[in-house]
Ligand binder design. Structure first.
Ligand code: ARG
Length: 566
C-alpha cells in the first residue's frame, strides 16, 4: 500500500513539475528513517539544482502540486524542513483503507504474475549419493520461491532435475557387480552405494585399469545395454525412494522428476544446432563453444563422444522452453556453480536466443556448523532424516517442559522441528552462509520459526474463545503508535511479497513476519483485548485476526507448518 502511494505521488509530481518547469524533472519519494519526521518524505535539492530557482520557491511549487494529487487525502500534515517536504498520514483514512483491504489479502492471488510461467529447478540431488545439506538449502529456498510466485499469480512448474546420469554410474555398476551385496544395497541403498563408490576409488589407486572398465560400462549404458540399464533404473528408484522421505517430511513436491538421463536422446539436436550455427570448435579432440575472454569455453562433448553436464542442461533448457514456454527459468543451485550457469547463458545468447535474459541462477551460500562447512565426511553421512528427527525431539523436550499435557505432542513437535530448520535457513539472505545450530533454531524465543508459530498460536487461542463482528469496529482505536505500527506493517504485505520475488529471496518475507510478530507482541503487552466495550473488543479482535492470517499464510508460503496449539 505504501509503495503504491509513493509511486503514485512520484509519477503525478513528475508529470506536473515537468510541465511547470518545461523540462524533465525526477522526483524522489522516500520513507524517512525515523517516524517522528512523518511517514513520507520528498527531498527537493535535486529539483532546485535542476531548475535553478530558490529553494523556498521550489518548495512552494511542489507543495501546490502535492495538494492536487489524487492521494493527497491520505495525508494529514505537510511540513517543510529545510530541503525536505515531510508528509504524515491521516491515520484514520489510512487505517480504514488498510483494514478494509486486509480482510481479503490472504485469500486472493495477486495479479503481477498473471499469464506468466516460471520454471523452478531445485533440490536436484545426485542419484546414489547422499542428499547433502546443499540440496536441503536448494529444496527449501526453491520451494518457498515457488510458493511466493504462485501467490503472486504465476504459473509455477517445479522441476527436480535429478543428477541421474554421468560417469559415476560406470563405477558404481562395476563395483556392484564385482563386490556389491544386493541385500545390503536394498536395505540401505544410498549408504551402501556410496560405500561401493568410495571403495572403487580405493581399489583404483592400486588397479588403475578398473577406471577403463568403468568407462566402458558407462559407454554401454549410454548405448542402452539392458543389464546395465536395469541396474541403473534400480539405483535410481531406490535413491528416489530415500529422497521422497525427506520431501515428505518437508512437505515438498514437484511437477517433474525428469533428471539428466531424460535428456540423453535430446542432446544430439543441440549439438547439431551448435554445429549449424558454427559455434562448435574442435579442441584436442573435444568439442567446445568459445565464450571469449571473460569465460572459459563450454565443453560440450568429450573426445570419446560422451556429453557433459552443460550439454544436458542445454537440452533441458530447450525442452522446458518448448514444453512450458516459460517467461523465466530459475536454477536454485549453490554459489559453486556460478560459472556453469554463466556459461549456459552465454551459449544460449550465442545461439541467438533472446530468452537467455530470462535464465537466472538463484545462488546460495554454505551451511556452517560452528563456523565450519558442514559436510559429509568420508564414511560418515549426516543423514538428513536423522537431522529432521533430532529437531523434532528437541522440540518435544521443549514442549514437555512448557506444556506437558498437550495433546498429539509428538506430531506437533515434528511440525515445530521441521519448520524451525526451514525458517532458520530462510531468514538469512540466500547468498549468505547459514549457521546450523539445532538448539538455537528450535528455541521458542528469538528470531526463530517456533517464535512465529507461537505468536500465531497465541492469537488463535484468543480468537477461538471469542466471536466478533469485523463490520462493527471503530477505526479511531487504531491511532496509537503501537496500533499504527501494526497497521503500517499489514499494509506492506503485498509489497513484501513482490520484493521477495524480485530478489528471489524468501528472507524478505521471513524478516517481515518477524517484524509483524514483534509488533503484535508489543501491542498485546500494552493492550487488553477482552475489554467490556463491544466495539473496542471487535476492533482489537479484527486487528489480531488479520495479523494471524498474514502470519499463517506467510509461514505457509515459506514452507512452514501452521499449528493451532503448542
Ligand atoms: N545435481 C546437481 C548437483 O547436485 C544440481 C543440478 C542443478 N540443476 C541443473 N539444471 N543443473 O550439483
Amino acid at each position: 500500500m505504501i509503495d503504491k502511494i509513493k509511486s503514485k505521488l512520484r509519477s503525478e509530481l513528475e508529470v506536473k513539475l515537468s510541465s511547470i518547469y518545461n523540462q524533465e524533472i525526477n522526483v524522489v519519494v522516500e520513507e524517512p528513517k525515523t517516524t517522528n519526521l512523518g511517514d513520507i518524505s520528498i527531498p527537493v535539492f535535486s529539483i532546485v539544482k535542476a531548475v535553478r530557482k530558490p529553494l523556498n520557491e521550489v518548495v512552494d511549487v511542489v507543495i501546490e502540486a502535492l495538494e492536487q494529487s489524487q492521494v493527497y487525502s491520505w495525508f494529514k500534515e505537510v511540513n517543510r524542513v529545510g530541503g525536505f517536504i515531510n508528509l504524515t498520514f491521516d491515520r484514520l483514512v489510512f487505517a480504514k483503507e488498510v483494514i478494509n483491504e486486509a480482510a481479503a489479502v490472504t485469500s486472493f492471488k495477486y495479479e503481477i504474475g498473471k499469464d506468466k510461467t516460471v520454471c523452478i529447478d531445485y533440490s536436484s540431488p545426485n542419484i546414489a549419493k547422499p542428499f547433502s545439506v546443499g540440496h536441503l538449502r536448494s529444496t527449501i529456498i526453491g520451494h518457498a520461491i515457488g510458493n511466493i510466485m504462485e501467490k503472486l499469480g504465476y504459473k509455477v512448474i517445479r522441476i527436480n532435475h535429478l543428477g541421474d546420469f554421468g560417469t559415476q554410474f560406470g563405477k558404481i555398476i562395476y563395483a556392484y557387480l564385482n563386490y556389491g551385496d544386493k541385500e545390503k544395497v536394498d536395505e540401505n541403498p544410498i549408504e551402501e552405494l556410496v560405500k561401493l563408490y568410495v571403495e572403487f576409488h580405493e581399489l583404483a589407486k592400486e588397479n588403475p585399469e578398473i577406471e577403463d572398465k568403468a568407462r566402458e560400462i558407462f559407454k554401454e549404458l549410454e548405448l542402452g545395454n539392458p543389464e546395465y540399464n536395469k541396474l541403473w533404473e534400480h539405483f535410481r528408484e531406490v535413491s528416489l525412494q530415500e529422497y521422497m522421505k525427506v520431501y515428505k517430511m518437508l512437505d515438498v513436491y514437484f511437477d517433474s522428476y525428469n533428471g539428466e538421463a531424460f535428456y540423453n536422446d535430446k542432446m544430439q539436436k543441440v549439438v547439431d544446432e551448435l554445429t549449424e550455427k558454427n559455434l562448435l570448435k574442435k579442441d584436442a579432440g573435444a568439442m567446445i563453444v568459445d565464450l571469449g575472454e571473460d569465460m572459459p569455453p563450454a565443453l560440450i562433448q568429450k573426445s570419446d563422444g560422451s556429453t557433459l553436464y552443460i550439454t544436458r542442461d542445454l537440452a533441458a533448457l530447450f525442452y522446458r522452453k518448448n514444453t512450458y514456454d516459460f517467461d523465466e527459468v530459475l536454477y536454485v543451485v549453490g554459489n559453486e556453480q556460478k560459472l556453469h550457469f554463466e556459461q549456459l547463458k552465454a551459449v544460449v545468447k550465442k545461439m541467438g536466443y533472446d530468452f537467455y535474459q530470462d535464465i537466472h541462477h538463484i545462488n546460495f551460500g554454505l551451511v556452517l556448523q560452528d563456523g565450519k562447512k558442514m559436510s559429509t565426511r568420508k564414511g560418515k553421512i549426516v543423514k538428513l532424516e536423522d537431522v529432521l528427527k533430532e529437531a523434532s525431539s528437541l522440540s518435544l523436550a521443549y514442549i514437555n517442559e512448557k506444556n506437558p499435557c498437550l495433546e498429539n505432542k509428538e506430531e506437533i513437535a515434528e511440525k515445530i522441528g521441521v519448520s524451525a530448520i526451514i525458517f532458520n535457513d530462510l531468514k538469512n539472505y540466500r547468498t549468505n552462509d547459514v549457521e546450523f545450530n539445532l538448539e538455537d533454531m528450535v528455541n521458542f524465543v528469538g528470531q526463530t520459526g517456533p517464535y512465529l508459530q507461537y505468536t500465531s498460536v497465541r492469537i488463535s487461542s484468543v480468537l477461538e474463545e471469542n466471536e466478533f463482528d469485523d463490520k462493527n469496529i471503530n477505526f479511531e482505536l487504531f491511532m496509537s503508535d503501537h496500533s499504527f505500527d501494526l497497521i503500517k506493517t499489514i499494509a506492506q504485505y503485498e509489497e513484501i511479497l513482490i520484493k521477495a520475488k524480485n530478489e528471489y529471496s524468501p528472507s524478505v518475507l521471513a524478516k517481515y513476519l518477524l517484524n509483524l510478530a514483534s509488533y503484535f507482541n508489543t501491542f498485546y503487552a500494552k493492550e487488553k483485548i477482552m475489554v467490556s466495550d463491544e466495539i473496542e473488543r471487535n476492533t482489537k479482535l479484527t486487528l489480531i485476526s488479520i495479523i494471524r492470517n498474514i502470519l499463517d499464510e506467510g509461514m505457509k508460503l515459506l514452507g512452514m507448518q501452521v499449528i493451532r496449539r503448542m
